[in-house]
Design a protein around this ligand. Structure first.
Ligand code: UDP
Ligand code: MG
Length: 339
């Protein structure tokens, strides 16, 4: 009897990806076949696309794929909720149906061959395997500097993340079962998964350019992601604010002593300019500090609402709700449901 192989589900978030999906979908299937042929995974493995409320033909493409090959599956979110929530929806959908998941973007930027090493690492006993970019040659200078600055800033501010790792990773369903207990709505997966624990390792790969379509992560969204990561993982900024408050108070005391000495020496008229400077400076610092505290309060507010983090409106393997309702027939005044 051959040894049981783990069932893999590849989880792929897609948002307005009609240009690239027809190109990359067959690549994912080919990789799945290769992994199964090499005995790394079970033949029952699947590819799960998560349509993140796309406005283009993405969902139709996913449905067509699912109709053609049973190894393609898809779920659709009821609206666009962002990359992190789309990945989360896919992982939660997969966790009871497979042994391991690999999340990957749908644009073909991440090297599929890294999945060989990822699954090997799983066989060796690792439950989480991070895909780490070995270099950023294909990025523009600006993207490289801002992205690497992002990781450094995260670290300085107390949010521990794997350097140059995005959302290409293998996670066992055992880890996902534990992760399901993390109920927060502000999710930053690459910071949260390390908190779950379990043995983990990294594999390195080169990231290339998108095969088609365009990026959904402009600088504005990257900054938002960085802020979300920092404020959901660490309270260090609040400590920094307190520290700077103490430092400025000490400076203020020194300035007061200085002012009193000056006054005793009869030089009291001088100092209007410096006073204005100090008021402005302190005003600015106070506003920034209040803003940061506001971020945390805002986050707490969002968490207390316990809103669902994702809502799945359709699955390719289930009949559409509307079809079922249309099948409801009224016979002699009685409603008969066709099951
Ligand atoms: N994505 C998503 N929802 C969004 C934005 C993006 O599911 O609101 C998906 C997108 O389809 C892709 C992945 O997240 O598979 C990464 O996005 P993108 O390639 O645009 O980001 P980049 O690689 O440029 O950072
Ligand atoms: Mg991309």
């Amino acid at each position: 009897m051959s040894e049981a192989k783990p069932i893999l589900w590849i989880v792929i978030p897609c948002y307005n990806e009609e240009a690239v999906l027809p190109v990359t979908a067959p690549m994912f299937l080919k990789k799945l076949e290769e992994l199964a042929a090499a005995g790394r995974i079970s033949e029952g493995s699947r590819i799960l696309f998560v349509d993140d409320g796309s406005a283009d033909a993405t969902w139709n493409i996913i449905r067509d794929l699912a109709g053609k090959d049973e190894r393609y599956l898809g779920i659709q979110q009821s609206r666009n909720r962002g990359h992190q929530n789309a990945v989360l929806a896919g992982l939660m959908e997969a966790k009871d149906r497979c042994d391991i998941t690999i999340s990957i973007d749908c644009d073909g930027q991440d090297d599929l061959n890294a999945m060989d090493e990822m699954t090997d690492a799983y066989w060796q006993g690792y439950e989480v395997v991070y895909g780490v970019r070995s270099q950023r040659k294909t990025d523009t200078w600006f993207k490289r500097v801002t992205a690497e600055g992002f990781y450094r800033l995260m670290k300085v501010l107390g949010a521990e993340v794997v350097f140059n790792h995005a959302d290409y990773r293998l996670i066992s369903s055992r880890v996902l079962q534990s992760f399901a207990d993390f109920e927060e709505v502000n999710i930053f997966l690459r910071g949260l998964i390390p908190l779950v624990g379990y043995p983990s390792t990294s594999v390195y790969y080169e990231r290339t350019e998108r095969l088609a379509g365009k990026s959904h992560y402009p600088l504005r969204k990257m900054i938002a992601l960085a802020l979300n990561g920092i404020t959901s993982l660490s309270v260090k900024p609040i400590t920094l604010i307190t520290g700077s408050g103490v430092a400025f108070s000490l400076l203020g005391i020194a300035a007061m002593i200085w002012a009193v000495v000056e006054a005793f020496q009869g030089k009291t008229v001088a100092g209007w300019a410096s006073l204005v400077c100090i008021v402005c400076l302190l005003g600015g610092i106070q506003l920034i500090s209040l803003g940061i505290i506001g971020q945390y309060i805002g986050k707490t507010y969002l968490e207390t609402k316990h809103r669902p983090r994702y809502i799945i409106s359709q699955r390719t393997w289930e009949p559409r709700q509307r079809v079922w309702l249309e099948d409801e027939k009224t016979i002699d005044g009685e409603t008969q449901k066709q099951v």
